[in-house]
Design a binder for this molecule. Structure first.
Ligand code: GLY
Length: 355
């Protein structure tokens, strides 16, 4: 197939991430090559269903799968215990068994929810990811993190379960609203700051001077290596949370009105300014990072009091006892983990908001 890129993620079990145009219409035969005919529960949201559900259902049915679709209201506000319970009841009512499969069709919220449902239904059944947003393609569909939000904070209940396959149809990206594309750009810029200055620089003039497929392949390639070495986030994988401590706090303070990628962008800007102000960075980085985020329509700060952000961040799951591990940029392309006592978080956030 022309324009097709494949990346293997060597976890247990291993799986492939395929990046190509036309994959939603071809998902049936692609998945049939990986598993015998079974019952597929396609979990999607009210924004994605009108666009792609018919295509996916038709392709799966033609390939010999029985299909049961489940549509929940779009938005982070749906990533709750009650939506999860509804999905689990649906899987049970449709009598899916351990030889069946959940399909996550959509963006990050859908992947997290459907993946978590697959992780706990019958103590775990197979699932596949069909990401339809840039954010899901470059980050959340790969690596097996699944979760829902609790009142106390973002992603506080979840499980690690690697998907059986990720099929990333790049045709979906062409019609994404600007803001939704920007959410994914934030995670890709994050990856550039983590490991690859040349990836970062593709975003610097705000026009994305590369094919999205190239960006997805580079982000997924990096993430696959990290996840293979540290699947359960005992160490190195924590680096992927760059910008997320403050980002999750912004999401929570906004009542999840600020989308995840926008919040991560603001969180990245805050930690970059803090790293520079506190002498943790090797060289000036903040102006370049904030300019790049702004060029891509992303925020570089937040209108919340540092105390409110620090309070929200202290409930983050990256806290361990009295400490919290921050991901700190040293330069563009290199970051490190820094454990600080939770009370110091307020000074870091202050430095990052003021910087
Ligand atoms: N999104 C960060 C991770 O998958 O570890």
């Amino acid at each position: 197939m022309p324009d097709c890129r494949s990346i293997q993620v060597n976890t247990t079990p291993a799986y492939g991430v395929t990046i190509a145009p036309g994959l939603l219409a071809a998902c049936g035969p692609r998945l049939r090559a990986l598993m015998p005919p079974c019952h597929m529960a396609v979990i999607t949201d009210s924004a994605v269903a009108p666009l792609y559900l018919d295509t996916v259902q038709r392709s799966l049915s033609t390939a010999g799968f029985a299909v049961s679709p489940y549509v929940f209201p779009a938005g982070e506000g749906s990533k709750t215990l009650s939506t999860l319970a509804n999905i689990l009841e649906f899987l049970a009512e449709r009598r899916l068994t351990r030889t069946d499969c959940v399909v996550a069709l959509g963006g990050g919220v859908t992947g997290d929810m459907a993946g978590f449902a697959a992780a706990v239904y019958l103590r775990g059944i197979r699932y596949v990811q069909l990401p339809t947003t840039l954010l899901a393609a470059v980050d959340s569909s790969v690596g097996g993190k699944t979760a829902i939000d609790l009142a106390a904070g973002k992603n506080l209940a979840g499980a690690f379960l690697q998907p059986a396959a990720v099929l990333c149809d790049t045709d979906c990206l062409a019609t994404l609203p600007k803001d939704v594309f920007a959410d994914g750009a934030a995670e890709a810029i994050k990856t550039g700051v983590l490991c690859d200055e040349s990836l970062f620089s593709l975003f610097e003039d705000g026009t994305l001077s590369a094919e999205p497929a190239e960006v997805i392949a580079r982000c997924v390639g990096y993430k696959a290596g990290v996840v293979e070495r540290d699947e359960k986030e005992r160490g190195e994988r924590k680096l992927l949370n760059l910008g997320h401590t403050v980002g999750h706090a912004i999401e929570k303070c906004s009542g999840y009105a600020v989308p995840h990628g926008h919040a991560v962008a603001a969180g990245l800007a805050v930690i970059a300014r803090a790293a520079e102000a506190l002498g943790w960075a090797e060289e000036p980085i903040a102006a370049r990072i904030t300019a790049c985020l702004a060029q891509n329509g992303l925020p570089t700060g937040a209108d919340y009091a540092p105390e409110a952000l620090a309070e929200a961040a202290s409930a983050d799951k990256k806290r361990a006892g009295g400490d919290i591990t921050l991901v700190v940029p040293r330069r563009i392309g290199l970051c490190e983990l820094k454990k600080i006592p939770v009370p110091e978080l307020l000074n870091v956030i202050r430095a990052g908001l003021e910087g």
